[in-house]
Design a protein around this ligand. Structure first.
Ligand code: 5GP
Length: 142
């Protein structure tokens, strides 16, 4: 299997504007930023989506996301921050190597679009919650 573009960054084979690195995670600026300071946090291990990470690795990524978000807030003083994470092509994932977007926001910047609010009938929501809830705790449920 060909290494992902992010694995090639981890291995130093292609350059990136690095912000932070530890044993399990790496943060670097997005090459096509949605806003000033748009940063990606990845796990170094090449795993495709959220569903593939161990709880410990997920926690390591979350810790790095918060550390970098605080540093971005201190350095750039944005009005807000979006944390966005796409899983699967249908969800807009282009690079199949788990990553979290940190997107600094300024009032009125329209940097990313919000989803369209839909309608959920109360009994439909109750049935859906029951169907999901019934599958909680299954280690390999995908
Ligand atoms: P996705 O749509 O998979 O959630 O996001 C992939 C992101 O990776 C995009 O925002 C894209 O701009 C960024 N990206 C793709 N290739 C590279 C690269 O070679 N270097 C950097 N720094 N970012 C990249």
């Amino acid at each position: 299997k060909m290494p992902s573009i992010f694995t090639r960054i981890v291995n130093g084979e292609i350059p990136a504007a690095k912000v932070y690195e530890d044993a399990q995670t790496l943060a670097f600026l997005d090459v096509s930023p949605a806003s000033r300071g748009h940063t990606l946090v990845i796990c170094k291990e090449e795993l495709p989506t959220l569903l593939d990470l161990s709880p410990d690795l997920l926690a390591a990524v979350a810790r790095t996301v918060q550390l970098v978000a605080r540093a971005i807030s201190a350095a750039l003083s944005p009005d807000g921050l979006n944390i966005v994470q796409n899983n699967g092509a249908a969800a807009g994932q282009v690079v199949p190597h788990y990553h979290v977007h940190i997107i600094p926001r300024w009032e009125g910047d329209r940097a990313i679009a919000h989803w369209r609010p839909g309608a959920g009938a109360p009994d439909e929501l109750r049935d859906l919650a029951a169907a999901i809830s019934a599958r909680m705790g299954e280690e390999d449920a995908v």
